[in-house]
Design a protein around this ligand. Structure first.
Ligand code: FES
Length: 345
């Protein structure tokens, strides 16, 4: 174990812990921008700089491991100036289009700009026009909003193990590109970790502001993994799906279906009433009518051929409880063990 002091507080942590982790373990907040709990430290933004007694230059807390006896300071006028300068350099070419940015209201860059009181940027840099080289039908990349934190590239590699995107170019001309577009599954992990509005969902643009939606926690219905997500609801319509970092078995990740496959919920083409085929044509029916028909057909088949002539196929899109009830129904009510599940097909 290693003992150090942070802002005068003695902290003992295992060897190899970073200064940032040590500070968090005793509730000392160090501002961060590129750091993400689920990724290896990237060290690209310099917002987390701290001073260490005896060291001339401030160090990045997210990438610097603790050392026995060091004295760390996380707040000082000098550190505030460095953090303000880092933000100003990031903002040199970042458009202030927060009113029309989908990330407005939950943008880490916006929050830090507010926290550090940046109301003007005196630095100037030539404007480089960049065309998006990375976009899928579901994900949109806004090169001008990108702060090159590399969270998206790291998440694609480390969380999804895909490595479909990377950085191309350098300086202000650098941007995220799909280096292996074939591999991209549009899972949205990149936009999930993006701290700004550089990566946004293309399905829900301009449909609702963050602070106007109700986020209803629920379980994804696409398979049996049980991933946790939030349906973003406005005016009784689902306009987006988001997740909470670290929540559920998925820890905030989703696949393309869970993150983007929600439009069926409010689709006008969705069947909301049972249909019964009469004279070769489907006609709307009441639930009682439909259930009576199914029950009578089941009974007729069972009477004529025995319960073994019936089989039930249930679904990974149902809950465990519904699947349990279904097999119970087949076994106890119908009298057959012919029960299977789509996940085995
Ligand atoms: S948070 Fe440490 S360098 Fe970005």
């Amino acid at each position: 174990m290693v003992t150090l002091t942070i802002d005068g507080k003695e902290v003992t942590v295992p060897q190899g812990t970073t200064i940032l982790e040590a500070a968090r373990s005793v509730d000392i907040r160090i501002p961060t921008l590129c750091y993400h709990d689920r990724l290896n430290p990237i060290g690209s933004c310099r917002m987390c700089v701290v001073e260490i007694e005896g060291y001339t230059h401030p160090m990045a807390a997210c990438t610097t491991p603790v050392d026995d006896g060091i004295e760390v300071v996380t707040k000082s006028d000098r550190l505030t100036r460095i953090r303000q300068d880092s933000l100003k350099l990031i903002l040199v070419n970042h458009p202030l289009d927060c009113p029309v940015c989908d990330k407005g209201g939950e943008c880490l860059l916006q929050d830090l700009t507010y926290e550090f009181g940046i109301d003007q940027v005196e630095y100037k840099a030539a404007k480089v026009e960049r065309e998006s080289q990375y976009a899928t039908p579901l994900i949109r990349y806004w090169p001008d909003r990108c702060i090159m934190c590399l969270r998206c590239v790291t998440a694609c590699q480390e969380i999804k193990g895909i490595g479909a995107i990377s950085i191309q170019g350098d300086g202000y001309g650098a941007q995220v590109v799909a280096v292996d577009a074939e591999k991209c599954q549009s899972c949205g992990e990149c936009l999930q970790v993006c701290p700004t509005g550089a990566l946004t969902e293309d399905l829900s643009r301009y449909k609702g502001r963050t602070w106007l939606v109700d986020r209803v926690p629920t379980t994804c219905t696409y398979c049996g993994c049980g991933c946790q997500l939030e349906l973003n609801v406005q005016n009784d319509r689902v306009i987006a799906v988001t997740t909470r970092e670290g929540v559920g078995v998925n820890h905030g990740s989703l696949c393309v279906k869970g993150r983007f496959g929600y439009e069926f919920i409010n689709s006008d083409e969705r069947l909301t009433k049972p249909l019964i085929k009469k004279n070769g044509k489907f006609e709307e029916a009441s639930w009682d009518e439909a259930l009576d028909l199914v029950a009578s057909k089941f009974s007729a088949i069972k009477e004529e051929h025995g319960p073994g002539a019936l089989a039930g196929l249930t679904s990974a899109r149902c809950t465990n409880e519904e699947n349990y009830l279904f097999q119970k129904f087949m076994r106890a009510a119908v009298g057959t063990n012919n029960v299977d599940h789509c996940a085995r097909l």
